[in-house]
Design a protein around this ligand. Structure first.
Ligand SMILES: [Mn+2]
Length: 353
């Protein structure tokens, strides 16, 4: 734990006009936490806007308060007293980074262990499953605001997103307790799950077919990966986080300890996501390529074309698995290898973002 919520609360009370922002490639945790906080600040009589560094598509349209959210545009210079950066460090805020470093007071709230804390007040709790867990605590125990149904809906979406709908190993008794409290305050678990996961256009489900065709596995079965090319995504404009969900397929395989997804962003820019289990530290791997994240969920972006990025990462991943005693023989493109049964019982961890 770094910083203090008490200090964050003092800073919140000291200013009156806020901007809330989060990381590129937005997910339900950063957007839900941001909107819950926006509504809580409004309840305190503050002026607040939310600015997303990347477009949100229509995925988050059901979240209360989304009408106060806009997408970053160049030339942006909002009249605010302070900025709240949540669910990331300011460096992950895309086009907003220069503004965040311009001397405007920054309040930073996050649950990524790689974040050392930034700005005039910060609170980083790497034990929290989601930033939504921290924002719940901030609203209910520090801000003196009563939790409304709208705030509860946002926070429930946040927790749901980062715990894989309460399935990952970060689903603590505290997360479940908070989810219960949120439901008690009016959050509707069935409706929120339907909005988040059963609301896809046909093309998006159809993409799964193409992506599954790329599924590969190392000869011993401990490493599985999929590849998403720009060609597959075509003109489709859904947020990266929605395609991010595809990594669950290699991860479903019994023997896989490290699941990898390669996503072609541009001709010479490749996003790589990792999900691991059995004490394999995926963040170590991500850091090798300038990325970061959590032990069981991490990622990086490599400025290389897809085939090169893939070769580099698979080699490093095989080395990591071998070093961790997993005994992977190499990163070669083995398809359909069966491997030994590694007897995995631990569920992989929380999301990267
Ligand atoms: Mn998060």
């Amino acid at each position: 734990m770094v910083g203090s919520l008490e200090r964050v609360t003092q800073a919140i009370k000291a200013y009156s006009r806020f901007l809330i922002t989060w990381h590129v490639d937005p997910d339900p945790d950063c957007v839900g936490s941001g909107l819950a906080l926006l509504l809580a600040l409004q309840a305190l009589g503050k002026e607040v806007i939310a600015v997303s560094p990347d477009p949100l598509g229509d995925w988050f349209d059901f979240l209360p308060g989304i009408e106060f959210c806009r997408v970053f545009e160049a030339g942006f210079n909002p009249p605010v007293d302070a900025v709240i950066v949540e669910d990331c460090e300011p460096d992950r805020c895309g086009g907003l980074v220069p503004f965040l470093k311009s001397g405007v007071p920054v309040i930073n709230i996050d649950h990524h262990g790689t974040n050392r804390g930034f700005g005039e007040a910060f609170y980083i709790d790497s034990q929290a499953a989601a930033t939504g867990e921290i924002v719940y605590e901030l609203i209910t125990e520090h801000m003196g605001v009563s939790l409304t149904r709208d705030m509860a809906t946002n926070l429930y979406a946040a927790l749901s997103g980062d715990t894989g709908t309460f399935r990952y190993s970060n689903t603590s008794s505290r997360v479940l307790f908070i989810a219960g409290e949120l439901a008690r305050h009016g959050a509707d678990p069935g409706a929120i799950a339907a909005h988040l996961y059963e609301n896809k256009p046909f093309e998006e489900v159809n993409l799964i077919r193409e992506v599954l065709d790329t599924l590969e596995i190392s000869p011993n079965g401990e490493m599985g990966w999929i590849t998403v090319t720009r060609m597959m995504l075509g003109e489709r404009q859904w947020s990266g986080q929605r395609s991010e969900d595809l990594i669950k397929y290699p991860r479903m395989i019994k023997t896989v300890k490290l699941a990898i997804m390669f996503r072609e962003l541009e001709l010479a820019r490749t996003k790589v996501s990792f999900r691991s289990r059995n004490n394999i530290d995926a963040s170590k791997l991500a850091r090798l390529f300038g990325g970061g994240g959590h032990m069981y969920a991490a990622g990086c972006t490599i400025d290389k074309p897809l085939p090169e990025a893939k070769a580099m990462v698979l080699e490093a991943a095989a080395e990591l698995l071998a070093a961790e005693g997993a005994g992977v023989s190499g990163g070669e493109e083995g398809k359909g290898g069966n491997g030994r049964n590694s007897g995995t019982s631990q569920t992989a961890g929380n999301d990267l973002t």
